[in-house]
Write a protein that binds this ligand. Sequence first.
Ligand code: 6GU
Length: 224
Amino acid sequence: MRLDIITCLPELFDGPINQSIVKRAQQKGLVEIHVHNLRDYSTNKHKNVDDYAFGGGAGMVLMIEPIDACISKLKSEREYQEVIYLTPDGETLNQGIANGLSMNENMILLCGHYKGVDQRVRDHFVTREISIGDYVLSGGELAAMVLADSLIRLVPGVLNDESSALTDSFQDNLLAPPVYTRPAEYKGWSVPDVLTSGHEANIEKWRHDEAVKRTQERRPDLLT
Ligand code: 6GU
């Protein structure tokens, strides 16, 4: 999977996506992440990428020209299945959307900032608009990192125990069951007996029952 991230704050991507699982996925050659500084595609001498909104009002709008220049250059080099714009008015990301998008080879993630991007970018370049929840972030960068992380861990070979993505919360519309590790007893708090019984079928049944119970208690909306 290759992700091309377009942003006017490329420094923000120095951290999370170069650590841990995502770092290993890149080192293994399973994933490529390329961050593009929108400013590098600005055509004016001040390297501006935003301007005042027509009609007035507070806040700057990202201009279409540098975005077009960047997207067009990328598209001339390879084919992209999606151009995703991260925006609070997009469809809310969930595991089903992540699973679907993880099948793609090449995707562009466009991060908005300030008051967003010129609507013509959305009308003519963007194929999908995604939000990560009903709250407002100061830009799409953190949302792009959340989306990238959710996709990368689904690429075959990225997780060491390949089956582990299948037992995540949400993967079957159930929250994940409780987990325990050693010691089996701590300050009188003990691990459920079934987990140390070695009885595979009973353990599976217990995990499923606990997942259903937890989902009923915390997220009944997932069961309907
Ligand atoms: Cl994708 N962008 C911004 N700015 N805020 C958000 C968001 C995205 N998703 C939730 N809040």
